[in-house]
Design a protein around this ligand. Sequence first.
Ligand code: ADP
Length: 449
Amino acid sequence: MFKKILIANRGEIARRIIRTCKKLGIATVAIYSEADEKSPFVLEADEAFLLGPPPVGESYLKQERILEILKESAADAVHPGYGLLSENADFVNSVNNLGVTFIGPSTEVMDQMGDKSAARAFALSADVPVVPGSEGAVADEEAAVKFAEEFGYPILVKAAAGGGGIGMKVATKEKKLRKAVAECQRRGQSAFGDPTIYLERYVENPRHIEIQVFGDSEGNAVHLYERECSVQRRHQKVIEETPSPFLDRFGDLRQRMCDAAVRLVKKSNYTNAGTIEFIVSPTGEFFFIEMNTRLQVEHAITEETTGFDLVEWQIRVAYGEQIPATQEQIQPCGHAIECRVYCEDPENHFFPKPGMIGTYVEPKGEGIRVDSGVKADFEVVSYYDPMIAKVVTHGEDRNAAIKKMLNALNDFKIGGLVNNIAMHERVLKEEDFLAGDYDTGWLEALYKK
Ligand code: ADP
């Protein structure tokens, strides 16, 4: 087994990875920016190295410095967490060139799936349905308008390199489409260094439902069922649950989506944890939108219902072992929900409001799990994601998990800064949510009322 893993990330996910490494007896190396000097993950790792000033370009994305630390620490593997360098094939190549294992898939698959337009084409080749849209990239405004005239509105313009809801705009008519094309090209360039865009039919009132998958180097592939991620703002998830209350309404739909996801894993010879994201129309049609070739923020709900440690699986598979369970052994039990607690203001367009945390007391209890990267008297800085913690509850059924979540949120004491706990409490009591009747636009609509 690996002896020492460098964690190329920060915050809650760095702590999450440290936890599993400790369990497996693997030493850990943290890397941190000046802003994170007092962060719990830095204190919990066996070794810690300073990267540089707070901006990610001078710290968590600064590859030369990370590679220097990798050599100095003599770690034999790198876990990238999510975001940051987790889907950066250049970084993976540099890590591999040092004779170090990157805990993730091959760079070939990473590149293929990193370009969302190329990923669509690949999904089609594996007989996985995609949202109807442009075949490949769309060159400019004129080409987009021509496509829309034949195809009809509404159209969603997407940056091929996009992620985190950035570089995505809906257009309902020509004038808006022209603006959307220019804006997504600009956002693609500024946020991801790539102005390429493509077009998709804008599916109205969809659900976002994703399948957790795993592949290993012996060609085994399994799924660990779905996560329902339709409670979103700014095209980003805030509450996730499994199983999806929506899929139960459509006979074998769950099975068909899981089968499609496994087909994609097999066809791409994928190794590592991955997520196949689908949107599902109100009538139960499902379409591939993208594959994330890494662990997801919301992996914890799958861990709670399946009982497996997905970080451990990632490490074992990267070491060359087989996936630790067969498809038959993956039998989810009960219901799990995750509420992402952010310092942001739901009453003011969900704008992030980083600041100083004063009091900080996490809820505890059976079936309650909190993954966080902060502590009392700690500053959440504006350079990074404003997530404070993920609260996860697991109950024997959906009602039990919701009830537990309401208790946990009530017990969660965060002093000193604006946060979205009251929003979570409100959502969990809404009639629509309780009935499982929500789509990706539901939360924002609720806050416009
Ligand atoms: P990102 O990589 O930026 O997260 P995704 O392609 O995964 O972008 O889409 C994020 C969200 O945007 C989805 O969860 C869904 O809410 C919405 N979305 C994406 N594609 C479509 C589509 N074709 N029609 C309607 N909504 C969509």
